[in-house]
Structure formats: structure tokens, C-alpha cells
Design a protein around this ligand. Structure first.
Ligand code: ATR
Length: 279
């Protein structure tokens, strides 16, 4: 409860659509675990209404998570940006500062790396990684993959120019862009990260089987139905494991919780509960 207030601190997740968001349940479980009273709701805002809606909420609320399609707008409207938000040009966390100022953070990349290296037993140092997509979701994780020691990050996108732009922005010789039509000649990868919105849109994603070998981990940044088709492809292509983004969701939420409450919760029981109820 905020100091001097009879009411718990207020938080929200903004998205469009947002009805099935797991974020309210995750933050409530974190709060219970840490003995922190909080009020966390899901708010549906259209892109046109987002900036006013989030500013209105944060006039009284303490923080907001931001989901699709508002992450770039959240980064743009903030008064201050963390390094992770600045380089990605997108934010999944907004925090109210004194005098009504807003700070933007991005915890998606750190959430992915923590889920991969911890829960999924997928070390990143020295690995060959294929990143499919070059939009907001891909930008949210690309720098963190390099920071985690990935040896070669190959970015492939339907629109090649965006992949080239992202590789250029990363500014590392370990990052390179390749054409989608050349995928079949790239050999196999240790890790394939699916960051396009094809699954969310229910569109097919043509991928050659040779990208995976028996040691490959396929990871979809989405979860639920949106991840299904990529996970099916990864299993069919002979990958060692196919993981959805549920673990990343819980880890990025824990990093947001730590920013707001100064304490990182234990994510394993929360992940287990969500995985159990999703099974
Ligand atoms: P997000 O924030 O979810 O990443 P985005 O910034 O609009 O959303 O980016 C969507 C990504 O999915 C892009 O890389 C997009 O490719 P383009 O740059 O060519 O548009 C990719 N994408 C969307 N639908 C796709 C499809 N059917 N096949 C392949 N890539 C697709």
C-alpha cells in the first residue's frame, strides 16, 4: 500500500485487444508472494486513445505495462527512457515519476534471456541464433541476445530492408541480415527466435526444415494459439525443444515488478501455476 494511502497502489496493462491478458493474474500472484497489496487491471485502449488513456491512468496510478500494439507509442510519449527502451524504440513498462513525468523501460529482452538461460536450459554464449522478424518484438530482444554473448545473430525478415536496418542499428559484426528467400541455404541454428506477428495474425510462415537440427531450440515470443504454428514447425523440423513465450511473459513481468516494488519475486511458482492452468 502506498505510504499515507488507505488504498493499494494502482497498476494496469494497456493493449488492444487485452481481454485475455495474464498480466493482472501474474502481478496479483507476485504481490501475494511478496506481501505487497496492489490493484492491477487490464485496460483496452485503441491506438488513437492510448496516449490520453495511459496519461489519465498514470495521473493516479503508479505504473503500467504496455502490450501490443502500443509499445512504440509508450516509448515515444515518455519523458525519460531506459537504455533498453531507447535502443529498442519500444517500451513494455511505464512508471510514474515525480511531477507527473513518465519513465519508459523495456524488460522484454531481459525476460527472454532469463527464461532461455534459466528455465529452458539454453545457454546463449557463443551460440548461432536466427531471429525471425524485424519489427517491435524483434527489436525488443535483439540487443539483449547480443549482450548475452550470442556469437552470430542472423536476422531474417519478410521485408529485407527492416532486417538490414535492425542489423545496422545493432552495430555489431556479430549481427547480420539475410533474405527470407535465402533461408534454406543458411544451415541450422542453435536457437531460432520467432518474433514475427504471423502467428498472431493467423498467417502462414513458410520455413525450410533444415534450419533446425536435433540440438536446436525453437522459441516463439508469443504463447497460446499465436505460438502454435511455429512450435509445430519446430517440432516437425526435428528441434530438440519448442518453447512458447509464457516464461518470457512471467520474467518480463517480474522485472517490471522489481522496478516498481524494489523486489524481484520468485517466478517459478507463478510460471508453474500458469502452465498448469494452461495445460
Ligand atoms: P510486433 O511489435 O509484433 O513486432 P510489428 O512491429 O508490426 O509488430 O512487426 C511485425 C513483424 O512481423 C515484422 O517483422 C513483419 O514483417 P514485415 O516487416 O515484412 O512486415 C512480420 N510479419 C508479419 N506478418 C508476417 C507474415 N505473414 N510472414 C512473415 N513475417 C510477417
Amino acid at each position: 500500500m502506498p505510504h499515507g494511502s488507505a488504498f493499494p497502489a494502482r497498476y494496469a496493462v494497456f493493449g488492444h485487444p487485452i481481454g485475455h491478458s495474464l498480466s493482472p493474474a501474474i502481478h496479483r500472484m507476485f504481490g501475494e508472494q511478496c506481501g505487497i497489496a496492489l490493484d492491477y487491471v487490464a485496460i483496452d485502449a485503441t491506438p488513437a486513445a492510448f496516449a490520453d488513456a495511459v496519461r489519465h491512468f498514470l495521473a493516479g496510478g503508479h505504473g503500467a505495462n504496455v502490450s501490443l500494439p502500443h509499445k512504440a507509442a509508450a516509448c515515444a510519449l515518455a519523458d525519460e527512457r531506459s537504455a533498453a527502451a531507447s535502443r529498442a524504440g519500444s517500451a513494455n513498462v511505464l512508471t510514474r515519476l515525480p511531477a507527473g513525468r513518465l519513465a519508459a523501460h523495456n524488460t522484454d529482452g531481459s525476460g527472454l534471456v532469463r527464461d532461455l538461460t534459466g528455465r529452458q536450459h539454453c545457454p546463449l554464449h557463443g551460440r548461432r541464433v536466427l531471429l525471425l522478424g524485424a519489427g517491435g518484438a524483434a527489436r525488443g530482444v535483439a540487443w539483449d541476445l547480443l549482450d548475452a554473448g550470442v556469437d552470430q545473430l542472423t536476422i531474417v525478415n519478410r521485408t529485407a530492408d527492416s532486417a538490414v536496418a535492425l542489423a545496422g542499428a545493432l552495430g555489431a559484426t556479430r549481427a547480420r541480415a539475410r533474405h527470407w528467400q535465402d533461408l534454406a541455404g543458411l544451415g541450422s541454428f542453435d536457437l531460432i527466435v520467432h518474433a514475427t506477428s504471423a502467428g498472431v495474425l493467423g498467417q502462414p510462415l513458410p520455413l525450410p526444415p533444415g534450419l533446425a537440427n536435433p540440438q536446436t531450440i525453437g522459441y516463439d515470443l508469443s504463447y497460446g494459439r499465436a505460438a502454435q504454428s511455429f512450435l509445430d514447425w519446430a517440432r516437425g523440423a526435428g528441434a530438440k525443444a519448442a518453447c512458447d513465450g509464457l516464461g518470457m511473459l512471467v520474467e518480463q513481468a517480474a522485472d517490471a515488478f522489481a522496478l516498481w516494488h524494489g523486489r524481484r519475486p520468485d517466478t517459478d511458482p507463478v510460471y508453474a501455476q500458469l502452465r498448469g492452468s494452461a495445460a
